[in-house]
Design a protein around this ligand. Structure first.
Ligand code: PFF
Length: 442
């Protein structure tokens, strides 16, 4: 295990895990999924799922990681459950698919940095998105993004990244707060808030089940849970650390940044007269570019914003590539550099269709988020709640400093609500994904 590094500081772990959690999922995906899924009612369901379904599963990953001190694939045999290695295999495949289109969106961000510098989108935010989001240029910037990620993994600049994360998190929050205040001054702000923040109880009651599938996918995606990233990150943790507290901090930071993104994007939508459901997959980019066009000093602010977004996307992509590379090293025994090069090439090729047509991006995203991530989550909940429960409680209790019922409560949450909700959602989503494939591809 020569390639294992440890966190330089305790803060290093929290920041790296937050770095993985906070990314395009918060700023690009969360607002458009919320917009498509009904606004405030979605937000409520999503927040509940993050706290009561996502967090408990993230804690299973931490427990497995800390007990095994291994990456996602070696972890299961190391704690005596070699048969459950399938979770690691599924996680690596999920990560592979996610990264194949995540880097395409990462490439869009690079083009938005350039667009902010040159002023290219000021002529028309919609048209610019059209250019950025499909074609040879999209594939080229996709490759550039992947190479940046591989550079981080391959050249060991991880320390630098850890240090960058210390600056990154406060600067994302600072800049986003500023933009949220600006958005509040726009003429459509009140309508935006109403759509985003005031759930109608009747709608909530009638639509909750329909909202559940999309909300669950987003909850796992945003927390980087279901792939095994948090197994790897948890493997560096000391036993005197409260996993519950760390998990809570990570969840809170991630959620605040997503909610903040909505506080920017929704007022801007309404100010620009975009009906929230019509924005589609490019909604966040189009509305932000529109805002930077009208904001005094907007090009400079836009440049800074997209650079920060790029860094946030890189720290997330990095965590996924780590899982894939350790999986390849483990199963083939090849060198780290060869494993990195090979996976990068594979990720690029597999993601290519999504760089040429957004409908493929929608399909990849649906397969990864709405099926594979949730399958990973369900298996982790079954494993943690039913198979590994006794040891899990022992490991979870180390450093916990909480009343005795807390570990038991966690296990029972996994056993019943998490398993029931995820089984239901997975069943719904498989049908939906088949339909998405039929309507968008056939
Ligand atoms: N959590 C990341 C985001 O919100 O952008 C995306 C992600 C990272 C998903 C790592 C899955 C993962 F394993």
């Amino acid at each position: 295990m020569g390639s294992r590094e440890t966190w330089a500081t305790r803060l290093g772990f929290i920041l790296a895990a937050i770095g993985s959690a906070v990314g395009l999922g918060n700023i690009w995906r969360f607002p458009f999924i919320t917009a498509e899924s009904g606004g405030a009612a979605f937000l409520v369901v999503y927040l509940l799922l993050v706290a009561f379904i996502g967090l408990p599963v993230m804690l299973v990953e931490f427990v497995i990681g800390r007990e095994s001190k291994q990456n996602v694939v070696d972890a299961f045999p190391a704690i005596g459950y070699g048969n459950w290695k399938a979770i690691g295999v599924i996680g690596s495949i999920t990560g592979f698919i996610i990264l194949s289109y995540y880097s395409v969106v990462g490439g869009w961000v690079i083009q938005y940095i350039l667009g902010s510098i040159t002023g290219a989108y000021t002529g028309g935010a919609e048209a610019y998105f059209g250019q950025v989001s499909s074609g040879l240029n999209t594939a080229g910037f996709d490759l550039l993004f992947i190479l940046l990620v591989a550079g981080v993994v391959g050249f060991g600049v991880r320390d630098g990244l850890e240090r960058a994360a210390k600056l990154l998190v406060p600067s994302v929050v600072g800049l986003m707060l500023f933009l949220a205040v600006y958005a509040a001054t726009l003429p459509g702000a009140a309508e935006g808030y109403a759509y985003y923040l005031s759930p109608n109880l009747a709608t909530l009651r009638s639509d909750a089940l329909a909202i559940l599938p999309a909300a669950a996918g987003q909850a796992f995606f945003t927390l980087s849970t279901g792939v095994g990233v948090m197994i790897t990150y948890g493997s560096y943790l000391d036993e005197d650390r409260s996993l519950l507290r760390d998990g809570f901090v990570i969840m809170l930071a991630d959620t605040c940044i997503a909610v903040l993104a909505g506080l920017i994007v929704f007022p801007v939508f309404f100010a620009q007269g975009i009906a929230p459901g019509d924005g589609g997959i490019g909604a966040t980019f189009v509305s932000l570019a529109g805002a930077f066009t009208t904001l005094p000093g907007g090009r400079l602010i836009g440049t800074v914003f997209f650079v920060i977004l790029l860094l946030a996307a890189l720290t997330s992509a990095f965590s996924i590539l780590e899982v894939i590379v350790s999986f390849i090293i483990d199963t083939t025994g090849i060198e780290r550099s060869a494993a990195t090069a090979g996976s990068v090439a594979g990720i690029f090729v597999v993601g290519l269709p999504t760089a040429f047509d957004l409908k493929y991006l929608t399909v990849y995203d649906a397969i990864a988020n709405n099926v594979l991530l949730l399958l990973g989550g369900l298996l982790l909940a079954l494993f943690g709640g039913w198979v590994y429960a006794t040891d899990a409680v022992t490991e979870f209790s180390k450093g916990l400093n909480a009343p005795q019922f807390v570990p038991k409560l966690w296990i029972w949450v996994l056993r019943v609500p998490v398993v029931v909700v995820l089984s239901y959602v997975l069943y719904q989503n498989i049908a939906d994904v088949i339909q998405t494939i039929q309507t968008s591809l056939l």
